[in-house]
Ligand binder design. Structure first.
Ligand code: AMP
Ligand code: MN
Ligand code: MN
Ligand code: MN
Length: 273
C-alpha cells in the first residue's frame, strides 16, 4: 500500500487542480492520498463528488505555525472539514496570510521592486498568496534567475520576505486539529535546519501540545535520514507518517507516491484511523 499523506494542489502553491492531482496519484499507484494545502481546505470543496477517484482520500491540511521564532509546518490528517474550531483557525491564518503578503510586498518595494502585491494576487488567483507566488513574480520581472534564487536572496529563512510573526502558535494549531478529530503530524522535520538537540526540544513541545505523528519519510530521501527519524519517533513514542510534499510534476524529488517505505520498527499514523 502506498500512502501519500502530504501533497499540494493549486488551492495553495501547487500547480495541479485537486482532480488532476488525484488522477496523477492514482496513476502512480497511490492507494491513500491526502491533499494538504497550506492553511486551506478549499481543494475539498472544489472537488465535489468524483465517481471513482481510484484511491482513498483522507481529508487534510498543512498549517503554518511559529515556534521559537522559526516557521514550523504541522499537517493535520483525517480532520473533520466542518469542525467550527478548525474553520475559525483557518480563517485567522488566511487573514494573516493576506496581511503578510502586503507586508512582504511593502518590504520588496523598499528594495526598488515595484509594489508587487497586485501581481502576486493575480498569480495566486483563487488561492491564498504564499512566498512561492512572490518567487514566481521575482523571476517574471527578471530580478532573479529562478525560484530557488528568489528564496535564497529575498524570501527564505532570515531574509527580508520571511515574515513569520503572526502565524498561530504550534499549540493552537495542534489544538484545532485535535478539536477536528484529526491527527497532528510534524511536517518535514529535516527541513528546519535544527540541530539534533533543537529537534528533540521541538518534538517534546510538539508532543506536549497533543501532536501525535512525525513525517519519517517526506519525498525521496537518504536511508540514513529515515533511520534517524524512525529512531526519534520511537524514542518519543510518536507515530510515523509518509508523504511526498508534491507541488509540481517536474520535481523528481517529490512525486506523488515517489518515496521510500516506512521502516518496520515504527507505528504508522494510519493505525489510528
Ligand atoms: P509560505 O507558505 O508562503 O510560507 O511559503 C512556503 C512554501 O514555499 C513552501 O511550502 C514551499 O512550497 C516553498 N519553499 C520554501 N522554501 C523554498 C525554497 N528554498 N525553494 C523553493 N520553494 C521553497
Ligand atoms: Mn508549499
Ligand atoms: Mn511545508
Ligand atoms: Mn507541504
Amino acid at each position: 500500500m502506498i500512502r501519500d499523506l502530504h501533497t499540494h494542489s493549486n488551492a495553495s502553491d501547487g500547480f495541479l487542480s485537486p482532480a488532476a492531482l488525484i488522477a496523477l496519484a492514482a496513476g502512480n499507484g497511490v492507494d491513500v492520498l491526502s491533499i494538504t494545502d497550506h492553511d486551506t481546505i478549499d481543494a475539498y470543496e472544489t472537488l465535489g463528488v468524483i465517481d471513482d477517484p481510484g484511491l482513498t482520500l483522507i481529508p487534510g491540511i498543512e498549517l503554518s505555525t511559529s515556534w521559537q521564532r522559526r516557521s514550523i509546518h504541522i499537517v493535520g490528517l483525517n480532520i473533520d472539514l466542518k469542525n467550527p474550531e478548525l474553520l475559525a483557525g483557518i480563517k485567522r491564518q488566511q487573514q494573516f496570510r493576506d496581511e503578510r503578503a502586503r507586508t512582504i510586498a511593502a518590504k520588496l518595494t523598499r528594495l526598488n521592486i515595484d509594489n508587487p502585491y497586485a501581481a502576486v494576487k493575480t498569480l495566486a488567483g483563487d488561492a491564498n498568496i504564499g512566498r512561492p507566488h512572490f518567487a514566481r513574480h521575482l523571476v517574471n520581472i527578471g530580478k532573479v534567475r529562478d525560484v530557488k534564487s528568489a528564496f535564497k536572496k529575498y524570501l527564505g529563512t532570515g531574509k527580508i520576505g520571511d515574515v513569520i510573526q503572526g502565524w498561530a502558535s504550534m499549540t493552537e494549531v495542534i489544538g484545532w486539529i485535535n478539536a477536528a478529530g484529526g491527527i497532528a503530524v510534524l511536517a518535514h522535520p529535516a527541513k528546519y535546519k535544527c540541530t539534533t538537540s533543537k529537534l528533540k526540544a521541538l518534538l517534546e513541545d510538539f508532543k506536549d501540545a497533543g501532536g501525535l505523528g512525525v513525517e519519517v519519510v517526506c519525498g525521496r530521501q537518504e536511508p540514513a535520514l529515515t533511520k534517524q527519524l524512525a529512531g526519534l519517533v520511537n524514542d518519543f513514542a510518536l507515530l510515523a507518517s509518509t508523504g511526498s510534499d508534491f507541488h509540481h510534476p517536474d520535481n523528481k524529488w517529490s512525486r506523488p507516491g515517489g518515496f521510500p517505505a516506512l521502516p518496520d520498527n515504527v507505528t504508522p499514523v494510519w493505525d489510528r484511523w
